[in-house]
Design a protein around this ligand. Sequence first.
Ligand code: FAD
Ligand code: MG
Ligand code: MG
Length: 325
Amino acid sequence: NDSKTNSIITTQDSFQIGTYVTLSIYADAQVPDRVFDDLFGLIDKYEYMISKNIKGTELNQVNQNAGIAPVRVSKDIIEMIKLGLKYADVTKGRFDISVGPLVDLWAIGTDFAHLPTDAEIKEKMALIDYKKIVIDETKQTVFLPEKDMEIDLGAIAKGYIADRLKGLIQEEGYESAIINLGGNVLTVGTKPNSDNWNIGVRNPESNAGSTMGILKLTDNSIVSSGVYERFFIEDNVRYHHIINATTGYPEQNDMLSVSIISERSVDGDALSTTVFLLGLKEGYRYIESLDGVGAVFIMKDHSVYVTDSLQDKFTLTSKDYTIKS
Ligand code: FAD
Ligand code: MG
Ligand code: MG
């Protein structure tokens, strides 16, 4: 198909769900505004469903009704919570979507970020236990049995939304696109000329957001979690936004970031946070045990570990890092 190699790219940006969104669609002609309006509208829909920062969202109502009553929610929320519970089991509770009270306490990424006292952390820890979350799939409700319990879907939601955007792009008949939700990248199809996409892996130590490697991908998601995204530094300690829910403190390990490559972006999002909390050794083993998922680990000593399925897809482009195995 000759026309495909002549395709043009239409890109539109927005600032939604607390991050920069860039949608690029390849087609024979300019993609109409209406398509982008629908795509950004879909993000709005999810923002008003699951944001913790906006009053009245479904998730807020679940949290407000903690200790009071079950709340009827969209199927999307049930799906995200079920996925969250799965990874909580995998990490024996280090990953825990009921981490909300701790996320609020630390407030990392907001103007109120601060180092809490041990007593404050202990108090919030008493509220955190994913096993207490009650889902009734028939009634489509979620119930948090104790007052002040709070679900936070920040570790999963961007991936979930990216998958829904991909679905809508394909429904509109487009076969070639890149969805970027603040660094959560999901590719649709191949490039118009059938080539793989070259997706940069962010250098976690570059403030300018430069890359340290390239991944060749088709119909894949790449999602990263790391110490560089949202953090503050106090007394030479970097406190970042991935909290070990079994200690109440940001996870301190020897990893700068981990990038997960998967088919669905929601898996990549959940797994990037999960694997960061598992650490290199356990995380690497876990990723190798899964089908169709790969990972690139970037360590503080600048060594890089790439799982088997990605060996021929990843190219290191920075002299500052070394691939180890
Ligand atoms: P990931 O590694 O994917 O996840 C880290 C996030 O997961 C943390 O920020 C926290 O929310 C949560 N988390 C931390 N520890 C754990 C744990 N142990 N187990 C499970 N989850 C954990 N940001 C703004 O600044 N302003 C906004 O208005 C805003 N609105 C948003 C609305 C929506 C619907 C969504 C999805 C996100 C929004 N965000 C907003 C961003 C959000 O606050 C998180 O920072 C973001 O989702 C984290 O994604 P990540 O890829 O950086 O990190
Ligand atoms: Mg992320
Ligand atoms: Mg995540």
